[in-house]
Write a protein that binds this ligand. Sequence first.
Ligand code: ADP
Length: 457
Amino acid sequence: KTNNFDVVVVGSGGGGFSAAIEAKEAGKKVAIIEKMPTVGGNTLISGGEMNAPGNWVQKKLKIKGDSVKSYYQDTMKDGDNLGDPKMVHILANNALGSAKWLRDDIHVNFIKDQLFQFGGHSYKRALIPVGHTGQELVTKLDKKATALKIPIYTNTKAKSLIKQNGRIVGVKARYQDKKNVTFNAKNAVILTTGGFGSNVKMRTKYNKEYDKRYKSTDTAGTQGDGIVMAQKVGAKLTNMKYIQTYPIANPKTGMISLLADTRFDGAILVNQEGNRFVEELERRDVISKAILKQTGGYTYQIWNDKIDGISKTKAAHKAEYNELIKEGLLYKADSIDELAKDFKIDPTTLKATIKKVNRYAKTGKDKDFHHRAGLVSLAKGPYYIEKAVPSVHHTMGGLVINEKTEVLNQQGKAIPGLYAAGELTGVIQGSNRLGGNAIADIITFGRIAGQTTGKLK
Ligand code: ADP
């Protein structure tokens, strides 16, 4: 079967939807193809938070001083300056515009009076969608795509790119692994297939460390398909060895713990001995490595009702809360003694640790680990304690794209007809992606891909 379009978008995460919507609004005949039965990719199961310097919630909360420059610097620095400065500038300059587009054009509801300060950021600058997950984003993007009558071919897996006279002119796909389908693209193919976090073989090909000992927070579809397809038509790859683990994930399933987002509002991390061992707002890679060095390679995150009152994650992630309790990975307790008993931590050490935290909370100075936002008092229960391990979360490396999102070949020249945006690109996040930067990246460059291809003759 053959289908004819102007622009074919491969992958229906936030990057793919943004690209398709922009190209369609520019007048193109657009299709999205998605290999899974449902849309959304990792965007759907993420926390959905999005960095935007100078945003409206910062104004409301009177958070002053944030700027495009500060956001640019945080992103570059904590990616060890391995992102492409030109591309990171585009991200920083456009993040607020992308957030406003989601708010005003896509009708995404962001919480009006709460922000997250993820590790590595100098300010609280991450907007939070209602429900604290990417579901709000994907639901609204899908609604917009439907209103624009963009066809979405689910259960349709792109297998290879069609090249004719040096130009990408379409995609060969399989429907339900039964039927071959060809999608011709008059103007462009846009790859938005996400990363390769669920592909153990591909992970170890680029970095031996991340073998099957590590679980992943990603959906099963996160297999690096787009990277491999583009590579076969000559695309250049970069930063492939940089694979991010999310420090706080379920030890049994590898799933990200969104309940544990209390960490951004003062929850602490301790080891089996009951001692803190890292600044809780450090970079994800730093925290992950520190956890793996502790007894058993896991951590306990501890917080109280006061902290939950700030981050409100218990209400937002009820299902996760109940599941963790059921699995014996989370306990609620009224006293620190009880808290220690649940996971057989030495109560004397744990009490001493928490006493110090309370003192540092008062003075505003964390003498041990220099908590950048200032610790919060844990003097009062009830308390929560959750066991967690690092889990593969984001692959920073991928395709080299330019400011128009054209995919570049080994010689640094654009491959005609081929565009890419989102996690499968490798030029934004450097060695380490900051929290809230994936959504900012995929929406910004997804839109640019749609706008650029929307203008092609
Ligand atoms: P991003 O955040 O970059 O937008 P996501 O992980 O949110 O990436 O979305 C990527 C989507 O692409 C997922 O829904 C995934 O199932 C889909 N996908 C991956 N490989 C293919 C493929 N070969 N054909 C069609 N869809 C694919």
